[in-house]
Design a protein around this ligand. Structure first.
Ligand code: SF4
Length: 422
């Protein structure tokens, strides 16, 4: 089946990739490229790479005449492997994919254009994936840390930040376009500002943004490194009601020796302590975390400390990652846990996570909630990140109040009370 000649984007991985894919679509359009398909890859797990290869082969079958471009972190880290794929016409690095000149000269250019991301790392593009109601805004790129399981720095380069002025300008544009909630994204969001004059901190960005864009109803944060959250951040979280009461932390594990072997910058106790401080500052807040199951050398006792973290920290949303050895990382050289044990532990974490999320949702019943309405008009997101299904449609992008009267599938069921602000 031959598909219509129009730019097609297939995106894997994080919100950053999602935001950048919107930019890639505009760049392809701008270069007048129609019969083109772009696969924006992720390198965080072997599974993500397997799915990307599968998508590339399927695209070639379904669109034999299309130009297939492969980019993203997997292509940046191992360009030769993707250039060797006969189905791929062009392989672009993470810097090259954001360069309009590369798209204008795509047809004449070499099959592979992948530079050294550590040298030519582009500044954040302030890429936005906009869904009328909520926009993911990239304000930081790359990472200066070298956690032993992670390949992201090799795909994204070192940390660099968009300036406050650039972010404010972008946010004003989004608010004028009717966006009610901006989600700030980055690879290592807490390191925003370290590369800027005076080394401002993330809290400075948040305070500046909320001050300079008073019309922005809701500001949300993507994943945060617990090690970098200080008293200034906690105070801001306590006082700024437009900063959404939901914090997602990259905790990764609940055992100190495993955290040390991961080269994380926090201990189990410090992880618990920052959650407790943030919860004391904002009792209505919800908490999420990333947890890895089956990191090399993890034994049952170590794993049980990760499992227990879900209840001890009172986590409501948990993203579980079965450990996936990545070539070139120190963790790939460590004594592995048997794959079946890795999967079994991931399953136990997911079961505990599902129980925690169900309990969290059940606690919302019998209360009102302020919800940003998403594209469908019937679903939305509450301030504490709970998904809500409305009993009747409301205009996408608006903020409404609903009475939470029960649960519906994996979400809350809400009776629409009033439209707050368009
Ligand atoms: S902080 Fe660690 S896990 Fe996160 S992107 Fe950087 S190296 Fe990877």
């Amino acid at each position: 089946m031959n598909r219509p000649a129009e730019p097609e984007l297939i995106t894997f991985g994080c919100r950053l990739n999602a935001a950048e894919s919107e930019t890639l679509r505009r760049l392809a359009d701008g270069a007048g490229l129609t019969d083109i398909a772009v696969v924006n890859t992720c390198a965080v797990t072997a599974e993500a790479e397997r799915q990307a290869r599968q998508a590339i082969r399927r695209l070639r079958r379904e669109r034999p005449s299309a130009t297939i471009v492969v980019t993203g972190c997997a292509a940046q880290i191992d360009p030769a492997a993707y250039t060797a794929l006969l189905e791929a016409d062009r392989v672009l690095g993470n810097a090259e994919k954001l360069d309009p000149a590369v798209w204008r000269s795509l047809a004449q250019g070499p099959r592979q254009r992948v530079g050294d991301i550590m040298c030519i790392a582009p500044r954040p593009t302030l890429a936005v994936s906009e869904q009328r109601s909520r926009a993911f805004l990239e304000v930081q790129q790359g990472c200066d840390h070298r956690c032993t399981f992670c390949v992201i720095p090799y795909g994204r380069g070192n940390s660099r930040s968009a300036t406050l002025d650039e972010v404010v300008e972008r946010a004003r544009t989004l608010v004028r376009a009717g966006v009610s909630e901006i989600v700030l994204t980055g690879v290592d969001l807490v390191s925003w500002g370290r590369d800027l004059p005076g080394s401002p901190a993330l809290a400075d960005l948040l305070a500046g943004l909320l001050h300079d864009v008073p019309a922005l109803p809701r500001l949300r944060l993507s994943s945060l490194d617990p090690a970098a959250l200080d008293g200034v951040f906690v105070r801001l979280f306590a006082t700024e009601k437009r900063l959404m009461p939901h914090i997602h932390l990259s905790l990764q594990a609940g055992d100190d020796l495993i955290l040390k072997r991961m080269k994380r910058r926090h201990s189990r106790a410090q992880g618990l302590e920052i959650v407790a401080r943030l919860r004391a500052a904002r009792p209505e807040a919800s908490f999420g975390a990333d947890l890895i199951a089956g990191f090399p050398t993890e034994d049952e006792a170590m794993f049980s400390r990760s499992l227990a973290l879900i209840d001890e920290a009172g986590l409501d949303f948990v993203h579980v990652f079965p450990f996936s050895p990545r070539a070139g990382t120190p963790a790939a050289q460590m004594r592995p846990v048997a794959p079946a044990v890795v999967q079994a532990r991931a399953g136990r974490l997911r079961d505990a996570a599902a129980r925690a999320q169900a309990a969290f949702l059940a606690r919302q019943v019998g209360q009102p909630a302020s919800i940003v309405v998403e594209r469908s008009g019937r679903r939305g997101i509450a301030e504490n990140f709970a998904p809500v299904i409305l009993d009747r449609p409301a205009p996408p992008g608006t903020i409404v109040t609903a009475w939470i009267h029960g649960l519906e599938r994996d979400a809350l069921a809400g009776t629409l009370l009033a439209a707050a602000a368009a």
